[in-house]
Design a protein around this ligand. Structure first.
Ligand code: UTP
Length: 225
């Protein structure tokens, strides 16, 4: 299997980050030892949001704020690289560098690439570029719900969601500003290349299950359900 995983920057913020990151790293190492190819994209988490907020108050323009966010994602990527044995030693800053990493049987790890989108979009682009069989998007949301789970206790985790339905859910929730999922840029890339995408939670056990094809989170499908 060729797989791209996006991991949330939130794991670098938590108490016990050291153990969490080591656990994840060993899951990734084992997955590659089992004969799979893997590429990883790391988010910025709380530190990027806080510094972007500070920069905004100081008068930085949006593109500069994006660059600050990218810098933090790359720091997180460096931290992860330092504890994965088979990782490519440098943070990937261009999609084609991931080809080089795979050609020498190493795991490419990227943060952000360029202003104007999120690391979810980077992960979708990497999955597209590498012709991945699977894109695992691990998010704090844990999957796609039929309505905002923070607002509605009866919200239901959907096992599958069509891309058209997902677009409607995202549009509705971004207006409310509460329910964080994939952004529109990522959705566009997933749709144009019909990337097999699974939205899961951030727990190590869940990411491991997702890698090995167990039923977790929400699968995005391209036909009507
Ligand atoms: P993230 O994608 O990490 O946002 O990028 P996030 O919401 O913190 O994600 P999680 O929770 O860790 O998964 C942080 C910021 O970096 C900039 C954007 O400003 C984004 O909000 N960024 C990131 C870019 O401009 N381009 C990129 O390619 C990636």
């Amino acid at each position: 299997m060729k797989t791209v995983v996006k991991i949330s920057g939130s794991i670098f913020d938590e108490v016990g980050a050291e153990e969490r990151i080591k656990e994840l790293a060993s899951v990734f190492e084992k997955y590659v030892q089992d004969g799979n190819s893997l590429a990883i994209v790391v988010g910025g988490g709380k530190r990027s949001r806080e510094l972007i907020e500070l920069g905004r108050k100081l008068g930085a323009t949006e593109d500069v704020l994006d660059e600050i966010g990218i810098d933090i994602t790359r720091i997180n990527a460096k931290l992860l690289i330092s504890c994965i044995k088979d990782s490519y030693p440098q943070v990937i800053t261009d999609l084609r560098e991931a080809d080089i990493a795979w050609s020498v049987k190493k795991i490419p790890v990227a943060g952000g690439l360029s202003p104007g989108h999120s690391t979810n979009a980077v992960a979708a682009l990497l999955a597209e570029h590498l012709k991945a069989d699977l894109f695992i998007n691990s998010t704090k949301a844990g999957g796609v719900y039929d309505k905002d789970p923070k607002k509605y206790p009866d919200a239901r985790l959907m096992e599958r969601v069509s891309i058209e339905e997902l677009k409607k859910i995202i549009k509705g929730s971004s207006e409310a500003g509460t329910y964080e999922l994939l952004d529109e840029v990522s959705i566009g890339i997933i749709q144009r290349s019909k990337i097999r995408t699974l939205v899961t939670g951030t727990g190590t056990a869940e990411i491991k299950k997702a890698l090995y094809g167990e039923n977790v989170g929400t699968m995005i499908v391209f036909e009507r359900i």
